[in-house]
Write a protein that binds this ligand. Structure first.
Ligand SMILES: NC(=O)c1ccc[n+]([C@@H]2O[C@H](COP(=O)([O-])OP(=O)(O)OC[C@H]3O[C@@H](n4cnc5c(N)ncnc54)[C@H](OP(=O)(O)O)[C@@H]3O)[C@@H](O)[C@H]2O)c1
Length: 304
């Protein structure tokens, strides 16, 4: 297949591009800058210059290709506090791809997240949460994508664990390590029993490739190799690796240490991937989160 990938220069996207190319597919990657284009070209993919808000660029690229993987997200805008704008741009892109792919039965995968799907209980692929303000608006985007199954699109949502970890990750765990080092303590909230699912980036990329190759229309895929690791254990691993004491924080103290991330650090969001494994024969093989931290995956990121 020739696959159009948005976010091809990003953390997950760069691994997805490598995974697709290694398995005989061709990739056309969206690049919003010269530097991102160079990254995509160096990986061996074709480059299409444009912003994720250039809807004509998205429409034309989707029409040219055999499938679309939409991973671009305006994290710069979202993490500056304007999740609404980032989510609205994501929705416009998904609707544009939907129009372009309608009636073709081509595969179309979007990125979503496992945070907030079913707080306090094991989330499954059957869960269909209600949208909430801010990041919770992505639930609506997922619904729009899944509904394309009724319009002749082999659409699917890949719900990534809040940590897609590995060497080079600049996401949540890297930010948490940086905040812990700045404050001189590896923090968790309350008793630290709240759980996070996790997946290594190589396993996540393989799942995306398997989904594009074979997931039925309307599939929800859970990119979670580990169902739920107590956040206190994550903090202890960070503490051991960076020689920091481990501390229970109040919600207020967590806010001071982690900023916008504090709400995620406190979340109890275990998630199953049982249906995903059965559906696609996906079997994660890479390091778990704790061994990955202990192997030094975050050492350089924490210093930067
Ligand atoms: N990583 C995780 O742990 C995790 C967890 C749950 C969900 N997700 C979701 O998975 C998807 C991929 O995440 P990621 O970790 O790979 O993110 P990332 O490393 O921040 O990559 C984001 C990608 O989007 C591109 N992008 C951002 N703004 C753009 C714009 N205006 N126009 C065109 N491209 C733009 C970036 O391009 P540049 O390279 O030019 O910046 C980059 O390729 C996102 O939807 C994310 O929210 C990730």
């Amino acid at each position: 297949m020739r696959v159009f990938v948005t976010g091809a220069s990003g953390w997950i996207g760069s691994h997805v591009v490598a995974e697709l190319l290694a398995n005989g597919h061709q990739v056309l990657g969206l690049a919003r800058s010269e530097a991102s284009g160079e990254t995509i070209a160096a990986a061996g993919a074709e480059v299409r210059r444009g912003e994720v808000t250039d809807l004509d660029v998205l429409r034309d690229a989707a029409a040219e290709c055999d499938g679309v993987i939409h991973l671009a997200f305006r994290h710069d805008v979202a993490f500056a506090g304007d999740f609404e704008t980032a989510v609205a741009c994501d929705r416009a892109a998904i609707e544009t791809f939907g129009e372009a792919l309608s009636g073709t039965n081509k595969p179309f995968a979007i990125a979503s997240g496992l945070a907030g799907i079913r707080t306090g209980q094991l989330a499954t692929e059957d869960d269909r949460p209600e949208p909430t303000p801010g990041p919770g608006g992505r639930v609506t985007n997922e619904r729009i994508a899944l509904a394309l199954a009724d319009r002749g699109v082999r659409s699917m949502s890949v719900r990534f664990a809040p940590t897609v970890h590995g060497t080079g990750d600049h996401g949540f765990i890297a930010l948490i390590v940086a905040a812990d080092r700045e404050h001189g303590t590896a923090g968790y909230v309350g008793d630290g029993e709240n759980r996070w699912p996790a997946v290594h980036v190589s396993d996540a990329a393989r799942l995306v490739r398997l989904g594009i190759e074979g997931a039925p229309a309307g599939s929800v895929l859970h990119a979670a190799a580990e169902e739920g690791i107590a956040f206190g254990e994550i903090a202890e691993a960070i503490g051991r690796q960076f020689e920091l004491p481990t501390t229970s924080l109040s919600a207020e103290e967590a806010g001071a240490q982690f900023g916008f991330l504090a709400r995620f650090v406190a979340m109890d969001i275990p998630a199953s991937s049982e249906h995903t494994r059965e559906l696609l024969g996906w079997a994660p093989t890479a390091l778990g989160l704790i061994p990955d931290i202990e192997a030094g995956a975050y050492d350089l990121a924490a210093v930067a």
